[in-house]
Structure formats: C-alpha cells, structure tokens
Design a protein around this ligand. Structure first.
Ligand SMILES: [Zn+2]
Ligand SMILES: [Zn+2]
Length: 256
C-alpha cells in the first residue's frame, strides 16, 4: 500500500487537525501516513490522540516551513531531504535538490583527517535520477564554499568547490559492474537496500574526494621564510638570500 505523506504544519489548524486526521486514517482505514513537520509538536499531538504504537504513522522531521503551494514530498526534497524513495525512481528522469548540512560535511571531513579544509556553509546539491532496470542512476552537481589553510604560508584562504558527480546504485548483494549503457570513467558504484536511498553521505564523500590533495592559497605561493617566519608573499623579509637554501644551511652547521 502506498504511504501518504502529509504536511503536518500546513493549514489553519496545524498540526492539531492534521494529526487528528492522520490518526483516524491510520486507525480506521489502515492507511500508512507519514507526517512531515516539527517532530516534537507532532509527537505531542499524537500523544493527545492516544495514537497506539502499532499504528502505521511515521513522523518525518522537517524544520523548515513548507510553503503552501508545494506538496510536502516535493518540498522535503527541495528543502532538506536527501532521501529518495526507491519506488519514486522510474525510467523517466526526475530532479531534486537538497543541501548538505555544513556541520555534517565538516564532521565527515574531520574523520578523514583533512584538517586543512573547512566548509563555510551548507552546500546545495542538484540531482537528476532515473532507473536502468534495477540500477539507480544519479547525476548531479554540488557547490561548496570552503576555507583552506595554505600548506606553504599557513594563511587561510577562501575557495569555491563545484563538481559534477555520477552514482550508480545497484541492489545490495549484486556484483559491482557498470551498466553497459554508461561509458564514463569516473562513476561511483555503490549499493542500495531498503525503500529509500539517502544521497547525503554519497555526495559528502564525492565532495571530500574533490578537494585538492594539497591546500595552496595560490599555485605560486612563496611560503614562509624558514629563518624569520615572515610571509614571503608580502615581500622579501631581509634575511640573506643564501640562508634560504637548506643545503647551504646544512654546510654551515657542519663547519661549526
Ligand atoms: Zn600560501
Ligand atoms: Zn626571513
């Protein structure tokens, strides 16, 4: 049976009237309902209606206010939800957008040990998706705004990161091989199981892989003077030229 997703926060007597309706639908008609909105308020309302545990009611937390003219499912995809129901992925291409949470990307980044990069704000992601038999295809693009710490001069510098991605998700347990219809090289293969695909972790991984291996504020960054520590991008520091050659420095130590 299809689940009905309802915007619990929309309308004049929301969420009270909507939760009441959902409880009635679930209890009397056994229709599975997903209530979308503020989890705490919805849960409180469900308690008021003595919604028993076995009722087919799910709460999907969405903190943003859903606009009146958008369906809740559509709005969820656009505003925050990176999860797409497998049954919604059909032969015809559909599109969705969501944002990668800045704290979550930075946490994932920290886990890789890449301490020289920080995302500055939530990163928008656009994705088009369709299926090829049992395989799910996602093509999209993300845009990030980051700060890097230069490996040479240690200054922080802002830079944008924009990249396209292609993911192929196969049913869990299948052999990992590219669908024959696709010839591109840089396709990330992964697996899905269950009723939903959450794109957020996959996109986060693609973002991290897209980072330059070495953070440089600019290609020709002159770095720091090894003697006085001055940032040489700002001009010469006055240390004698010969001292900047580490080989000469080694000789000097030997002579002493
Ligand atoms: Zn630099
Ligand atoms: Zn110097």
């Amino acid at each position: 049976m299809k689940t009905v997703a309802v915007d619990a926060m929309g309308g004049d007597h929301a969420p009270e009237a909507i939760v009441e309706g959902a409880v009635a639908a679930a209890r009397e008609l056994a229709i599975p309902v997903t209530l979308v909105g503020d989890r705490d308020r919805i849960t409180r309302e469900l308690g008021r209606h003595h919604a028993e545990d076995g009722l087919p009611i799910n709460v999907h937390h969405a903190s943003q206010v859903v606009e009146m003219d958008e369906g809740p499912v559509e709005a969820l995809r656009r505003k925050r939800d990176s999860s797409i129901r497998v049954e919604d992925i059909q032969d015809t291409e559909k599109r969705a957008t969501f944002v990668e949470d800045v704290a979550e990307i930075n946490e994932a980044l920290a886990r890789t040990g890449a301490v020289d990069y920080q995302f500055q704000k939530a990163a928008p992601v656009e994705v088009a998706f369709y299926r090829l038999g049992a395989d799910l295809l996602f093509r999209g693009r993300f845009t990030g705004a980051l700060t890097g710490t230069c490996a040479r001069c240690l200054e922080n510098y802002p830079f944008p990161l924009e990249r396209e991605f292609t993911f192929v998700l196969k049913p869990h347990g299948e052999q990992a091989s590219k669908p024959q219809e696709l010839s591109e090289e840089d396709i990330a293969l992964s697996f899905y199981r269950g009723e939903e695909v959450d794109l957020a972790p996959l996109v986060r991984e693609a973002m991290i892989l897209a980072l330059p291996t070495r953070p440089l504020c600019r290609e020709d960054c002159r770095g720091l003077c090894p003697h006085c520590g001055a940032n040489l991008n700002a001009g010469a520091c006055g240390c004698r030229d010969e001292w900047t050659d580490p080989r000469l420095e080694a000789l000097r130590t030997l002579k002493r």
